[in-house]
Design a protein around this ligand. Structure first.
Ligand code: NAD
Ligand code: AKB
Length: 319
């Protein structure tokens, strides 16, 4: 690959995955793009272009300008915001993806990376150790678009021979860029509020359990799959990737080990129903077998690192 375009680079994952890709392929060879234009601190050192994924010409202009031959497509409306504005979620998540796939086909791109999500699962999916192949009947608009996205990507792999890869990320936890309006956002907000106020009001109940992953493992999963030997992959756009699963009570207990007077109170809202429709834990044996997936962090090692990094940001007045 000579030039990679990251669409949606200023979001929670893009702001760090773009840096990781620049470390591998060179700063000038990875073009960050987003609909947002306020500069993203971590990406200031390299090329940026305004791109609206819902406008094919807007992507095409940058593809031609930089002679792009691979796309990492991260632009999306996440679950909680998607329930507030379902039509926007459909437009960005489906038409944005279709534009990227059509351009990839027309310009014979070498590779496309498109993340999916645990939101593809729904209340009828087995919740524990959720299999790779299982019932996909989500109840959120976001989940609908992610299932359709997986099917669309597989269609382009099978019909046009495109090289497309993607994982079903669990909730991603990180300290660099805030999450963009998902249901798993509580697992990030809790750390910020623990550092700032020693207190957090949680929008899901204490016994809510979801699969989660720390950003370093998310970057490892993404870059490892991005670089994997395509001929060895039996799946393409829908790999389950497990890392850790915990209830909010367990998350709070892990924070209390470092901040003993940390307090949590519960005020569940509409996001509870979304969380309840998603799995507790994932069977990721296909990812382990096909491209060697293996996470490094558990709850306590993540908590230690999150609190240390956010503590430093707080001292500098950055949060
Ligand atoms: P985010 O909301 O933090 O970032 C998305 C970015 O896309 C934002 O910078 C936004 O400005 C941009 N964007 C929105 N509409 C756009 C458009 N029309 N054109 C161009 N850019 C646009 O999301 P994220 O958490 O970084 O997610 C990246 C991908 O990973 C998404 O596909 C998401 O579904 C998937 N994912 C994320 C998580 C998670 O926990 N963060 C979990 C599962 C899957
Ligand atoms: C969300 O909560 O919407 C995302 C996701 C799991 O896809 N974090």
């Amino acid at each position: 690959m000579k030039k990679i375009l990251v669409v949606g680079a200023y979001g929670q994952i893009g702001s760090e995955l773009t840096v990781a890709l620049r470390n591998i392929y060179g700063v000038e060879n990875v073009i960050a793009s987003d609909k947002k234009t306020e500069p993203c601190e971590s990406l200031k050192n390299g090329p940026f272009a305004y791109v609206d994924a819902t406008n094919k010409d807007s992507i095409l202009e940058i593809v031609k300008k930089y002679k792009i031959d691979a796309i990492v497509h991260l632009a999306a409306i996440l679950s909680a915001n998607g329930e507030k504005n379902p039509m926007l979620a459909w437009n960005v998540n489906m038409n944005g993806l279709l534009n990227v796939l059509e351009i990839a086909r027309e310009y014979k791109m070498e590779r496309v990376f498109v993340p999916s999500s645990i939101a593809v699962f729904g209340p009828t999916t087995p919740a524990d150790n959720t299999p790779q192949e299982t019932i996909l009947q989500p109840t959120t608009m976001y989940g609908l678009t992610k299932v359709s996205g997986e099917l669309l990507c597989n269609y382009y792999v099978n019909k046009y021979g495109l090289d497309i890869r993607g994982v079903r990320y669990p909730g991603i936890i990180s300290y660099d860029t805030l999450p963009g309006g998902g249901t798993t956002d509580y697992a990030v907000a809790i750390y910020y509020d623990a550092i700032k106020y020693k207190k957090y009001t949680c929008f899901v109940k204490a016994d809510t359990m979801l699969p989660m992953m720390y950003m370093p493992d998310c970057l490892k999963a993404s870059t490892d799959l991005f670089q994997a030997d395509f001929s060895k992959l039996k799946h393409h756009c829908n790999f389950n990737v497990g890392s850790m699963s915990f209830t909010v009570t367990e998350l709070a207990a892990s924070i209390k080990k470092y901040i003993p007077d940390f307090e949590i109170i519960y005020a569940p809202d509409y996001r509870q129903a979304i969380a309840d429709s998603w799995p507790n834990s994932l069977d990721d044996s296909a990812a382990r077998k096909e491209w060697g997936w293996k996470p490094s962090y558990d709850l306590d090692s993540m908590t230690r690192d999150m609190l240390e990094k956010l503590g430093e940001k707080h001292k500098k007045g950055l949060i």
